[in-house]
Design a protein around this ligand. Structure first.
Ligand code: NDP
Length: 498
């Protein structure tokens, strides 16, 4: 890369990564590009810092994390403005993103001790003479690689939980949003100035690759499924465990007894917030025949009201200029294969903006239905009943989130969605509930952030047994006698042989 040509595309100038607004091209951030040696140094420093941080214990870490959370809350407008300038996201959406992140920091800080701290575990009749002890110890250094679409929420979804668990974190933000990543680590350093517990390295994909090979003790990746494969391959060389939060193509199912106004409102929000650049965004909708036409009308009315532009609008620019081509290709594929644009269409693509587009009757084989579009577009297809909706929704390799609107059967349908998460009579809400785990199945990845599972993801289970009495049935010793073994056999038959 040489010079800023296309607004939004980052460039490297004299060893600095320069990010720009996708709407105006104005410079948003300028950060030094890390070499492989810089990445290694950051991880080495983090290892020492991590030992110090782990040694602080849960109570002191909680206090620091809560101060960090307070700092984010106090400066929410400043951070939202930076997210807006660097990624193009409307300020109101940036505020919602940061609020969610703050909630996660708070929950992780307050619950890490309860979920991960040392506790007694009940023993059973076998080995009853021992007590069981369990705790989750930090890995050491966690590498976090993040995407640009939620540059606060996604890194914090891993980092806050990793930090609360006692790890140090080295973050590689997306090349599109390095300034936001740097803002996060700088603000953390204000409340933890003693050691580089949470730091960032900047650059292009090769810096992320260097982080995978740097000897981090675990790598938490959020990004596309294609890059996830590369990350896993690199981490496999050193048996570095990975957490993968990959892409998605989330479906919404509208059953016959759904509240159609609520469904349409949530559908437009779930599909078009952040200009549709949301991993758990609704991209495909399956509405049952009897409500299909009314539902589509309501969606079109609401989506048609959304404003598009650089400032004070509902929908901002597409953050990654290259993504506009993908969105255009999907809309064209839908229309050329027999689908109909009932709102927007190919002419809605006006770089760097894409206006709301609603496509109906799109063949299931179309790229618009099968691939991640990441634009303010929806496909809505007619189905006979909820079973057909489920069969279609579950037909893709992705399985991140999903949504169901309905009454009697809605929860049962949500359970049958092949996804890690689902929201009934809302969209995207599971992401903001810090008590619930977040993650996908299939091509959408594995492992969980958020909630208790999200804390355990960043701790190694450490199991300890402790003798509390003499063994009545000694078996795990060469001192045992044939009589002991015979009694053991008898006991096991009484206990388990029926
Ligand atoms: P990418 O996969 O392109 O990039 C993700 C991160 O990986 C970036 O920081 C990128 O750096 C880095 N990277 C690129 N190449 C490598 C490599 N070889 N080794 C290590 N790291 C590398 O995703 P996007 O940034 O475009 O984000 C959008 C994607 O993220 C969508 O697919 C979306 O669904 C998914 N996503 C998933 C979420 C989830 O929770 N499941 C949440 C949010 C988004 P650089 O930017 O410098 O190339």
């Amino acid at each position: 890369m040489t010079a800023v040509q296309i607004p939004g595309n980052p460039v490297i100038e004299a060893g600095q990564l320069v990010s720009t607004s996708p709407a105006t091209g104005v410079e948003a951030g300028r950060l030094p590009v890390a070499t492989d040696a810089d990445v290694q140094r950051a991880v080495d420093r983090a290892r020492t810092a991590g030992e110090w941080w782990a040694g602080l214990g849960f109570t002191a870490r909680r206090e620091r994390l809560l101060r960090w959370r307070a700092l984010l809350a106090k400066r929410i407008e400043q951070l939202a403005e930076l997210v807006h300038v660097e990624g193009g996201k409307p300020v109101a959406d940036a505020i919602v993103e940061i609020v969610t992140a703050i909630e996660h920091i708070d929950w992780a800080a307050r619950n890490a001790n309860r979920v991960l701290g040392p506790r007694r575990v009940r023993s059973r009749l076998i080995l009853a003479e021992f007590s069981g002890h369990l705790e989750y110890q930090p890995f050491g250094v966690i590498g976090v690689i993040g995407p640009w679409n939620y540059p606060v929420f996604t890194p914090i979804g891993s980092a806050a939980y990793a930090l609360a668990a006692g790890n140090a974190v080295v973050l590689k933000p997306s090349e599109y949003t390095p300034a936001v990543g740097q803002w996060l680590v700088d603000s953390f350093a204000e409340v933890v100035p003693e050691q580089p517990v949470f730091t960032a390295v900047h650059g292009l994909g090769d810096v992320g690759a260097a982080l995978c090979r740097s000897g981090v003790n675990k790598l938490a990746f959020t990004g596309s499924t294609a890059t996830a494969r590369k990350v896993m391959a690199a981490c496999a060389e050193t048996l570095t465990p990975v957490l993968i939060e990959g892409g998605g193509k989330d479906a919404m199912i509208v059953d016959s007894d759904a509240d159609l106004d609520a469904a349409a409102e949530a559908c437009v929000w779930g599909g078009m917030t952040n200009a549709g650049q949301t991993c758990i965004g609704i991209e495909r909708v399956y509405a049952v025949d009897e409500v299909f036409d009314t539902f589509v009308d309501k969606v079109v009315t609401r989506a048609g009201r959304l404003t598009v532009g650089p400032e004070g609008t509902d929908i901002g620019p597409i953050t990654m200029p290259g993504q506009v081509d993908v969105i255009r290709r999907h809309i064209e594929a839908a229309v050329s294969s027999g689908g109909r644009a009932v709102l927007g269409g190919p002419s809605a693509v006006q770089p760097p903006y894409v206006h709301p587009t609603v496509l109906v009757d799109v063949p299931e084989e179309s790229a618009a239905v099968r691939e991640e579009t990441f634009g303010p577009t929806l496909t809505i297809n007619r189905v006979r009943d909820a079973d057909e909706a489920l069969a279609r929704a579950n037909a893709l390799p992705y399985g991140l989130g999903g949504s169901v609107f309905g009454r009697r059967r809605a929860v049962a349908i949500a359970r049958r969605l092949r996804s890690g998460m689902a929201s009934v009579n809302s969209t995207l809400t599971f992401a903001g509930m810090s008590t619930l785990p977040f993650g996908g199945v299939g091509d959408s990845g594995f492992g969980r952030i958020h909630g208790e599972d999200g804390l355990r993801e960043f701790g190694r289970a450490k199991a300890i047994t402790r003798r509390r009495a003499r063994s009545l049935l000694p078996s795990m010793t060469f001192e045992r006698t044939p009589t002991d073994v015979a009694r053991l056999v008898k006991a096991i038959k009484v206990m388990y042989g029926r």
